[in-house]
Structure formats: structure tokens, C-alpha cells
Design a protein around this ligand. Structure first.
Ligand code: P6P
Length: 334
């Protein structure tokens, strides 16, 4: 079958053997995410039409104002994953602690933990700008059949077995990796089917787009300031273009297609940056490396970092390999 009209379901089955664990497990994991993505996509697309906009009147552990769609997306992904006899634990940006899922059937010894940012970039919801869902999947490290522990979630990113995102943009796409490259699937909303539209996605070696919130410029470390001025200097293939959507998934997706770097550095206002290691940086780093890109905290590979807390934050530099390496040189020299 030519790749141009292959569905996500067909793709999963054809590539199941690449998944280093038993055959049906990856299918169940990705199918659960696929179903939740369709449900959330439906809600996101009609958000302006029903009283679902605006704040849910609550705040999450990050102290951020929870949008109603944040809450709904969180509930849909948790509910869908719980219904599959394959996940033993879930951690979410919207949940203070991890959720333990005990198997209803002792024959299904659930082996996977899923970490999600159910609706990243949610501040864009009310202004109709694209948002995304980010997911990260690990094999548990504690004995199968026992309740999950924090140890199952605090694994370095290099242990991920799968990771990806859904981008709710001008079209809805599911982009994921199981360690054998990155593939993008576009939803045909008329029939609710994802089709392989972007096989083997790769970051260009370099690019001309830099994504950073320059409103924080005066608070950045000197190395970041120097790199931004380097991007803006009239020299060689520069100045670069500044593009910042305020949605990590959207900036990442554009940079992976066109070439570019996304930065959320630490600053005097955010001593470890803003992005969360476990359910934002690690999954995006896995995708970046599988797409011939790079992801670091400015000094070390993101996926080598040993997590110590569920919601810990890290500085994040991610995108075209040569651009990240240049930014790291400025960080090292400062
Ligand atoms: P700022 C969204 O809240 C997010 O986590 C990323 O998706 C986005 O790139 C970043 O924060 C935006 O943060 O501080 O620039 O508004």
C-alpha cells in the first residue's frame, strides 16, 4: 500500500514488530491516544460555540489558571487510558500526584506508565491559536502486578518507549515515535481517520527560525542574550526570523518542518525555566533526536537528566542540530 493513503491503524500494525515489547501493546497504547485525540479535537474545534471557553475557575499545581478545556482534555485522556488494560499509572500536568491504575484482570499485568500535558499552550485557547497535547510512555520499572510508585515516573527520557504530540491547528495531526523515526498523521475530520501525511519527519540540519519569548530578554543568562543577538546580526545567512506562537507543540512542529530552534531558557524570573521535564521536554526531546535534531538544557542532553520530582522544570533548547549546538557554544562561552 502506498504510504500516501495509509491509515494510522494500518501503520501501527505494519510497524508493530519494531516495538520491542509484545505485539498488541503498542497498538493499544497508540489507539487509546488516538481515540482521546479525536474526542479532544472535537471539543477544541467547537470551543468557541459553547460555554467551554475561559477559566474553569481553578488553578493547577503549577499555580496556573486552569482553562475548562485543560480540565476536559485531562479527563478524556485519563479516562481513555484507564479503559485500556495496559496502563498502570498516569501523570499529568493537571494532576498534583500520579494516578495508580490497578488492573481489573490479573491476566493483564499493566506494564506502561503514561505522562501527559493534556492541553499545552492553553492560554491560546480563547484567542483561537493552535494548542497541543504531549504524551510520553515508559515501561514501569517496579514489579508488574504491584501498585506503581513514583520511581516508575521518575525515569530519564532515554528510557521512553514512545512519545508524541497532537497538534490542534489548521488541521489536527498526531506525530509520534517509538524509537524508529518520527511519523505524522493528519486527521480527516469527515470520517475520523488519521492518515499518514508526513512519513519520516526530519529536522533540517540547520534553519533560519528562532523561537523564544524575547519579552524576557533582560532576565536571560548572558549566553542566551548573546545567541539572540547572533541570530539578529546581519551576517552570512542571518538575520534569522523570530517566530513564537506561545505553544511549544506548534513552534516545535513548524521548526521540525522548516528548520529552527525553540528556547525556553532559565531566567532571573524562572530559575529552572518554565517547561516541565517529564511531560514536555522529554517527549519533545525524544521526537527531536529521532528526527535528527537535538534537545538540551543548554549544557547537557535532556534525555540524560535524572528526574527528582514529578513536575520539575528544566531550561529547554530544542530543534535543528547545528542551531542547538551554536546556542550551546554561546552558553558555554558565557
Ligand atoms: P510564555 C505553554 O504554557 C507553554 O508551556 C509552552 O507551550 C509555550 O511555548 C510556553 O509555555 C509559553 O510561555 O512564558 O512565553 O508565555
Amino acid at each position: 500500500m502506498s504510504s500516501k493513503n495509509k491509515t494510522l491503524g494500518e501503520f501501527i500494525i505494519e510497524n508493530q514488530t519494531e516495538f520491542r515489547y509484545s505485539t498488541g501493546e503498542l497498538s493499544k497504547l497508540i489507539n487509546a491516544i488516538r481515540l482521546a485525540a479525536k474526542v479532544v479535537n472535537h471539543e477544541v474545534n467547537k470551543a468557541g460555540l459553547v460555554d467551554i471557553l475561559g477559566s474553569a475557575g481553578d488553578t493547577n499545581i503549577q499555580g496556573e489558571n486552569q482553562q475548562k478545556l485543560d480540565v476536559l482534555a485531562n479527563e478524556k485522556f485519563i479516562q481513555t487510558l484507564k479503559n485500556r488494560e495496559i496502563v498502570c499509572g498516569i501523570a499529568s500536568e493537571e494532576e498534583d500526584d500520579f494516578i495508580s491504575i490497578n488492573s481489573q484482570d490479573e491476566n493483564h499485568q499493566n506494564k506502561y506508565v503514561v505522562l501527559i500535558d493534556p492541553l499545552d499552550g492553553s492560554s491560546n485557547i480563547d484567542v483561537n491559536v493552535s494548542v497541543g497535547t504531549i504524551f510520553s510512555i515508559y515501561r514501569r520499572v517496579t514489579p508488574v502486578g504491584t501498585p506503581v510508585t513514583l520511581e516508575d515516573f521518575l525515569q530519564p527520557g532515554k528510557n521512553q518507549v514512545a512519545a508524541g504530540y497532537i497538534i490542534y491547528g489548521t488541521s489536527t495531526m498526531l506525530v509520534y515515535t517509538t524509537g524508529h523515526g518520527v511519523n505524522g498523521f493528519t486527521l480527516n475530520p469527515a470520517i475520523g481517520t488519521f492518515y499518514l501525511s508526513h512519513p519520516n519527519m526530519q529536522f533540517p540540519e540547520t534553519g533560519k527560525i528562532y523561537s523564544v519569548n524575547e519579552g524576557n530578554y533582560i532576565h536571560f543568562p548572558q549566553g542566551v542574550k548573546d545567541y539572540i543577538k547572533y541570530c539578529q546580526k546581519e551576517e552570512g545567512d542571518r538575520p534569522y526570523t523570530s517566530r513564537y506562537i506561545g505553544s511549544l507543540v506548534s513552534d516545535f512542529h513548524r521548526n521540525m518542518i522548516k528548520g529552527g530552534i525553540y528556547m525556553y531558557p532559565k531566567s532571573s524570573k524562572a530559575h529552572k525555566g518554565k517547561l516541565r521535564l517529564l511531560y514536555e521536554c522529554n517527549p519533545m526531546a525524544f521526537l527531536a533526536e529521532e528526527a535528527n535534531g537535538k534537545a538540551s538544557d543548554g549544557f547537557q542532553r535532556i534525555m540524560e537528566i535524572q528526574p527528582t520530582e514529578l513536575h520539575e522544570r528544566v531550561p529547554f533548547f530544542c530543534g535543528s542540530k547545528k542551531m542547538v549546538e551554536t546556542a550551546e557554544e554561546f552558553m558555554a562561552n558565557s
